[in-house]
Design a protein. Structure first.
Length: 438
């Protein structure tokens, strides 16, 4: 069975390694006075640097010199902002130091979750264990961020705007941790859907671009990996991702979506209608459905209904009906085959002196399994036993019995048909004359 890995085909557009879109509402802490002139000068030097590197260096110098300063929180905030522009590891370290002073700092939690998630992506192929740990760390920060309540001094409107930016991302982080670390696919589905519902309420356009569009694709892939697979939801979210994906990614996503659609529906007919519907809505409507492909039994019984003359069936048709049709239809067909002598062409799966097993249909040959068992009329000599993998075309047998599970037709009195050599009539040699008698 073909499977697709739960992985993104998108580049993370719009979110650089350190360019996390953080919207933080700061409480008004009032006027802070620095009494020591030297401390004030060091602080002023730190906050007036013009490059991120210089700012980070000046902030670190200040914090080393004045570790208990009244402006420590402000300098740590400045340090986090500076490192986030050029050094991911140091940004995470600075955010951790900021949380020691201000455990409810949403910016620090967001930044840790953001960077740890990206680091997990970078090591996914080379070190799955490290990937899982990084995602665990990111998810822990995300959980804390989701649990935060509005701090004093921040307006309701500002906090609502802030949470509309951070919370969908936090749910995305937890979803990836569920997939790759916790192995909880249903949990990941819940988190992805919560993310998309939040974005659909606050910023619908965000669901049509990365990273939310990327998560839409992975959500679809996750549905197909459930046991049993939910192919209807899987196809919906993959087709929605295909609708809005950049042109160079569309063929890749289309191949995935159509694979699962065809596997469930039986053909690609109707896929365009799914595409049209998923372009209009993040979530499938309640009445959305994809008709499943007919079952083998339905196919076999319909074939019998459409072809009531059993004598017209090819060997492959007979085998399919015997293996899949209703017992009544299978028995009716068998009544016309029992004790008939036929040639059984196929590929040898196993053979010994008394029995040969053949793959006769294309499916059996592809799977390298037998669907015919021929019990020989008399033991074969070592020279007569066909090699495994060879094709035989002159093996004759008599229909004896069959089983539906596993599909198998058993033949008796098997023997190789001896082909008589044609008589060769030689032309007379040159100069040789024949006479005819009267």
């Amino acid at each position: 069975m073909k499977k697709y890995l739960l992985t993104s085909v998108f580049a993370l557009v719009g979110l650089g390694v350190l360019g996390a879109p953080i919207v933080v509402a700061q409480a008004n802490s009032g006027q802070i006075t620095i009494k020591d002139p030297a401390e004030y000068n060091s602080y002023n030097n730190a906050i007036t640097q013009t490059s991120p590197q210089a700012t980070a260096s000046a902030c670190e110098s200040f914090l080393n010199t004045y570790p208990q300063s009244v402006v420590k929180l402000a300098v740590l905030n400045k340090l986090v902002d500076a490192y986030s522009q050029f050094d991911a590891s140091k940004a995470v370290d600075a955010a951790g130091r900021l949380l020691q002073v201000d455990p409810s700092n949403l910016k620090a939690l967001y930044l840790i979750a953001f960077i740890k998630k990206q680091q997990a992506t970078q090591v996914a192929a080379s070190n799955p264990t490290q990937q899982a740990q990084l995602l665990d760390d990111a998810a822990a920060a995300a959980q804390k961020g989701l649990a935060l309540t509005k701090p004093d001094g921040v307006t309701d409107a500002a906090f609502k705007t802030q949470k509309a930016t951070t919370d969908p991302f936090f749910h995305s982080v937890i979803a990836y941790d569920d997939i790759y670390s916790k192995k909880d696919l249903q949990g990941a589905i819940t988190e992805f859907r919560t993310e998309l519902e939040m974005l659909g309420t606050s910023n619908p356009a965000a669901t049509q671009v990365a990273p939310a569009l990327n998560d839409t694709l992975v959500l679809g892939q996750t549905y197909t990996q459930l046991k049993p697979a939910d192919m209807i939801n899987g196809v919906w979210y993959m087709s929605r991702a295909e609708n809005f994906a950049p042109a160079n990614f569309k063929p890749i996503i289309e191949k995935q979506a159509k694979y699962w659609y065809k596997r469930f529906h039986g053909s690609e007919d109707g896929y365009d209608a799914v595409m049209a519907a998923s372009a209009k809505s993040v979530f499938p409507p309640q009445d959305f459905k994809i008709d499943p492909a007919p079952t083998p039994k339905q196919i076999a019984d319909k074939f019998v209904a459409d072809n009531p003359d059993f004598t017209t069936y090819a060997m492959g048709d007979s085998e399919y009906v015997l293996a899949n049709a209703s017992p009544d239809n299978a028995d009716k067909l068998w009544a016309t085959l029992k004790d008939k002598v036929v040639i059984i062409p196929g590929t040898v799966i196993s053979a010994d002196a008394n029995q040969i097993k053949l793959a006769v249909t294309d499916d059996a040959k592809a799977d390298k399994v037998s669907d015919f068992t021929i019990n020989m009329k008399k033991p074969l000599t070592d020279k007569e036993i066909p090699a495994v993998g060879s094709d035989v075309t002159n093996l004759v047998g008599t229909y004896d019995s069959y089983t539906q599970t596993p599909p198998q037709i058993i033949m008796r009195e098997g023997e190789f048909q001896v082909t008589k050599k044609p008589v060769t009539h030689h032309k007379p040699a040159a100069g040789h004359h024949t006479t005819s008698s009267n």
